[in-house]
Design a protein around this ligand. Structure first.
Ligand code: BGC
Length: 244
């Protein structure tokens, strides 16, 4: 089975065809810039361009940085708020002329990590956290996803956790790895107290450089870096097309 996986992010929209039983990309990924403003109309046109690039006619899965329930978008922390209430699956299916499934981006990345990456064969409670422009979370209970957990927005030190521990905060505030690592640790410890996971998988751009900030963690729960790196979003979006 193949599906086209598309990862819609704050800066880029990336896609590739994926073999869903192995998690392998069958061609090189194609990336376009996320349009600004990131309105439904403009993003739909960009997604359609990715579909056309691969001359794709089959199922398409999209990961999107918001709550997506039954194909409808309900939040918009880092995208145009014109998305709120939009029936994204209907809009994108029409724009691409393909059947489109849309899910939250962190849920997509989590699905990929659990099937093919750092969460393979992991039982119990697994928390997947993506640190990027925002903070995304995906919670798995014995391999089953609890979708749309928005725990990147819990309060830490009186702030939305995202404004404290997202990767963009490190870059914008020019924090050292140590400073940022300690802030991420504070966030992880808050999560630990709330859901008592058995394993935490940290993904997002910085996961490649885990050696620079994991050493500052004092959390008790085992923490491992994501393994699928920047392919997790694409592979997981493709997996989301499988019947649930
Ligand atoms: C959004 C989430 C998303 C995360 C990562 C947050 O701001 O609220 O839905 O998963 O960013 O992109």
């Amino acid at each position: 089975m193949q599906a086209l996986g598309i990862d819609i992010g704050g800066t880029g929209i990336k896609g590739a065809p994926v073999e869903t039983n192995t998690g392998k990309l069958t061609s090189e990924r194609y990336r376009l810039l996320t349009p600004d403003p990131s309105t439904p109309k403009k993003i739909a046109a960009t997604v359609a361009e990715v579909v056309r690039h691969f001359d794709w006619r089959g199922p398409v899965g999209c990961g999107f940085p918001a709550v997506v329930k039954h194909g409808v978008v309900h939040t918009a922390a880092n995208v145009s708020d014109k998305w709120i209430g939009a029936d994204a699956e209907a809009l994108l299916s029409q724009a691409t002329q393909c059947p489109v499934t849309m899910v939250n981006d962190a849920d997509a990345a989590g699905l990929a990590e659990m099937r093919f990456g750092a969460g393979r064969d992991q039982d119990g409670i697994v928390l997947v956290i993506t640190l990027g422009t925002g903070i995304g979370t995906a919670v798995f209970v014995s391999g089953h996803l609890l979708p749309n957990t928005e725990m990147g927005h819990i309060e830490v030190e009186g702030k939305d956790a995202e404004e404290w521990a997202a990767e963009i905060v490190r870059k914008q505030q020019k924090l050292s790895w140590e400073q940022w690592g300690k802030q991420v640790d504070k966030y992880l410890r808050t999560m630990e107290r709330l859901i008592w996971p058995d394993l935490i998988i940290v993904g997002g751009g910085a996961s490649k450089k885990h050696g620079k900030f994991f050493p500052y963690f004092t959390i008790q729960t085992p923490v491992v870096p994501a393994e699928m790196l920047n392919e997790a979003g694409i592979v997981g979006a493709a997996l989301a097309t499988e019947p649930r």
